[in-house]
Design a protein around this ligand. Structure first.
Ligand code: NAP
Length: 321
């Protein structure tokens, strides 16, 4: 089969399409025929070799994909050949025609959801769910700001919060992005590249502020976030690309919490709850992953250059083998 291989850490150009042996399932393993692989910023961080966890070289990048079960080991119980699935990880990497997975890394992909949408699920929806519910403990009737709502995680957070009965305010950096955010169910969209946009937010909440902030670029926004939180508000820090100075008094006076989010810290029990909720959301169509660019697998380098622009207004990038 064909797969992207990385033999040395570095820029996008270190990813090369190569011929590798087809994977064979062990007793509790599953081979998935990949129809679309999701591209996430973390794939690019890992490829540079500077990320906290480093794979052994050579390796195939990618954790997310939508596909069909091609073969199962004798001890596999949860899936069978021919099942449509989305992946939340694999042993061999998903930037490939096939991937070897444990059955616990597979979730059913309902018939109303495309493989490309399945490839947009694992990291983006998992992180949005963890940030909103498992870390920020967002509840129906609360008001949520999704700060960076036009990207993979942000669109997922908007859909999840809206479906759970929250008032949702989302930001984007362009008119197109704001339109996209509204289409995902946000009650209001603001432009984070326009000065004074958070004054607008205070007006929308009658001066009270928001209960929860899902923050996608904390190094730019955390100080401002603390100033627009309601009393007992929580900021879920999902994305940050540097450091920032904050005024601790803003947190003190509100008894506010800053809560870090790392998808990889999800426990087994939390993982089961997360994906039960996400699959139900796909089935009832409250979750509708937005797919933007479909790029041939051979052009994975171009996909990584795109993902690092940190502009999400055009939907999820997926690779097609
Ligand atoms: P993405 O699809 O590239 O989206 C990036 C988002 O950031 C877009 O909505 C973009 O909006 C927004 N943005 C740009 N400038 C901003 C600003 N000044 N303020 C607020 N938002 C701004 O990326 P993604 O997959 O959603 O990931 C987003 C971040 O979360 C990345 O840093 C990623 O590494 C991180 N992440 C963390 C975890 C975790 O476990 N903690 C898991 C997944 C992702 P416009 O393009 O409209 O300006």
């Amino acid at each position: 089969m064909k797969a992207i291989r990385v033999h040395q850490f570095g820029g996008p150009e270190v990813m090369k399409l190569e011929e590798v042996p087809d994977p064979q399932p062990g007793p509790v393993q599953v081979v998935v025929r990949i129809h679309a692989a999701g591209v996430n910023p973390v794939d690019a961080y890992i490829r540079t070799g500077t990320y906290a966890s480093k794979p052994n070289l050579p390796y195939t990048p990618g954790t997310d994909a939508g596909g069909v079960v091609a073969a199962v080991g004798a001890g596999v119980k949860r899936v069978k050949k021919g099942d449509r699935v989305y992946t939340t990880g694999s042993s061999t990497g998903t930037y490939a025609e096939q991937a070897l997975c444990n059955e616990t890394q597979l979730q059913p992909l309902p018939d109303n959801v495309t493989f490309e949408q399945g490839a947009a699920m694992g990291v983006a929806y998992g992180t949005a769910y963890r940030g909103l519910f498992q870390r920020a403990e967002a509840k129906p009737a609360e008001t949520v700001l999704v700060h960076g709502a036009s990207g993979g995680v942000g669109t997922a957070a908007v859909q999840l919060a809206r479906a759970a009965g929250m008032t949702v305010i989302g930001t984007a950096g362009s008119e197109d992005g704001m339109k996209l955010v509204k289409e995902q169910g946000a009650h209001h969209a603001l432009n984070h590249s326009v000065e004074g946009y958070l004054d607008e937010l205070m007006k929308l909440t009658d001066g009270r502020g928001v209960d929860v902030i899902v923050e996608l670029l904390a190094n730019k926004n955390l100080a401002k976030d603390l100033s627009v939180l309601a009393k007992k508000g929580r900021v879920a820090v999902i994305g940050s690309r540097g450091s920032i100075e904050i005024n601790p008094r803003d947190a003190m006076s509100r008894e506010a919490d800053i809560r870090g989010v790392t998808l990889m810290n999800t426990s087994e029990q939390e993982y089961r709850a997360m994906h039960a909720a996400l699959v139900a959301g796909l089935e009832n169509a409250t979750l509708r992953p937005v797919v933007g660019q479909k790029i041939p697998l051979a052009e994975a380098a171009r996909a990584h250059a795109e993902i690092m622009k940190h502009s999400g207004a055009h939907g999820k990038i997926v690779l097609i083998p």
